[in-house]
Design a protein around this ligand. Structure first.
Ligand code: AMP
Length: 423
């Protein structure tokens, strides 16, 4: 059997898993300040949820989804992102009642069949928030602020990140703009790649994202949506910027930022960073999706959110020298002098744990010397040395691994004494 994890996936070993937990804890604390509550949706959905939500012409839906027929004949897809599922769930459970809003966050793995490279995996982890039910530009500014503050709080220097923002318009101004971009593509069809030519019919705005230099040159002269926004979209965009200015959030307007999902309307944004990353430099992004509920047959319900990627954030943290706080390890090691006290040692260790002390013992018949080495490796601050004579008197020796001081403590008092010593 091949014991390697499938291509594009990695095992999160304890050090990386601890970083993930640190990141989720940081997110939970920050998001709670803004009123976000957790939601966990299934890791797979009916394929239609993503086809309708993300859009059939997008790269994600047309090329990257893990889709299969289950044993009951249903078409199922492993979620490639979180928003579509959260909106589907909000509809199913009527989470956004008339006039109210729902603020939700999630964290977990996503799946996309992409070519693996630095910062790009087939299973990757995202943390995201969704604010459903609110159309006001203050929410756009708030959501962008949460994303920016997250990266700052986790330790990525503001100077090494950039926040790009744009407005994608809405159903009033975007169709005419799409037609203009499609016309631009057709006009320059000879100089553009096959994919961009195809996009003229399917998804013209995606041509802005093409990495081919010739396409980029041609798309640089394409009309910009910024100049074509309807009055309402222009006012909304201006109001978002005023609020970001108020908070001193340093954004850059990028009129070619279109992002890869069809459901966006009006505000879109992306945070990019260079240090630690290769060409996959987007660490988080999102936008408004005021039409998504209707796409699923719901009532018109505005919404917006973001998702940030764990793997890329971690690469940036490493580049910035951020130390992830170590999880509490064993505080106390219970060592046995000889095998005949094995049962007592087991009982003492268990009692310490029940009393809230992180305790470890030997399970491999190590010599006393190796048990001390093991205690050192685990970072134990105290070793409880259990010898038959001491135990016969109802006592054990507690050794402070820092000062090397030793004292005899009654076994019955061990938990309380160690709890006091550890404070
Ligand atoms: P998206 O859902 O495409 O807007 O992505 C949001 C964030 O998820 C990105 O900014 C990345 O940090 C992360 N991300 C997206 N795709 C991948 C991938 N294949 N591997 C690792 N991270 C990813």
């Amino acid at each position: 059997m091949d014991v390697r994890a499938p291509k594009g996936t990695v095992d999160m070993l304890p050090e990386v898993a601890s970083a993930w937990e640190h990141m989720t804890r940081t997110a939970q604390t920050l998001f709670a300040r803004y009123g976000y509550e957790p939601i966990y949706t299934p890791m797979f959905e009916h394929t239609e949820v993503f086809e309708r939500g993300i859009g059939e012409a997008t790269d994600i839906v047309s090329k990257e989804m893990y889709t299969f027929e289950d044993k009951g004949g249903r078409m199922i897809t492993l979620r490639p992102e979180g928003t579509a599922s959260v909106v589907r769930s909000a509809l199913e459970h009527n989470l956004v009642q008339q006039g109210s809003s729902a603020k939700l966050y999630y964290a977990g793995p996503m799946f996309r069949y992409e070519r693996p490279q630095k910062g790009r995996q087939r299973q990757f982890w995202q943390i995201g928030i969704e604010c459903l039910g609110a159309a006001d530009p203050s929410v756009d500014a708030e959501v962008i602020t949460v994303l920016w503050r997250f990266f700052e709080t986790i330790g990525i220097p503001a100077a090494s990140m950039r926040l790009l923002i744009n407005s994608m318009g809405d159903e009033h101004c975007r169709p005419a703009y799409r037609d203009k971009v499609a016309a631009h593509i057709r006009e320059h069809s000879a100089g553009l790649c096959e994919e961009c030519n195809r996009r003229a019919d399917t998804n013209p705005l995606r041509a802005f994202d093409c990495k081919n230099p010739a396409c980029a040159t041609i798309m640089a002269t394409a009309p910009l949506l910024r100049d074509e926004l309807c009055d309402e979209c222009a006012a909304h965009y201006a109001a978002v910027k005023v609020r970001l200015d108020m908070l001193g959030i340093p954004y850059i307007e990028e009129p070619k930022l279109v992002r890869g999902l069809d459901y966006y309307t009006r505000t879109v944004f992306e945070v990019q960073a260079d240090a630690g990353l290769g060409s996959q430099n987007a660490i988080g992004g999102g936008g408004r999706y005021d039409r998504l509920f209707e796409e699923y047959g719901g009532k018109p319900t505005p919404g917006l959110g973001f998702a940030l990627g764990f793997e890329r954030t971690l690469l940036c943290m490493e580049a910035a020298g951020v130390q992830v706080p170590a999880l509490p390890r064993s505080q106390v090691y219970v060592a046995r002098v000889s095998d005949d006290v094995a049962e007592e040692v087991f009982g003492i260790t268990q009692a310490l744990r029940d009393a809230g002390v992180a305790a470890e013992m030997d399970h491999q018949s190590r010599s006393l010397k190796s048990q001390f080495k093991q205690a050192d490796r685990l970072g134990a601050q105290f070793v409880v040395i259990c010898g038959p004579e001491e135990l016969a008197c109802g006592e054990a020796t507690v050794r402070n691994m820092g000062t090397k001081e030793e004292s005899r403590v009654a076994v019955a008092d061990l938990s309380a004494a160690l709890r006091d010593l550890l404070v």
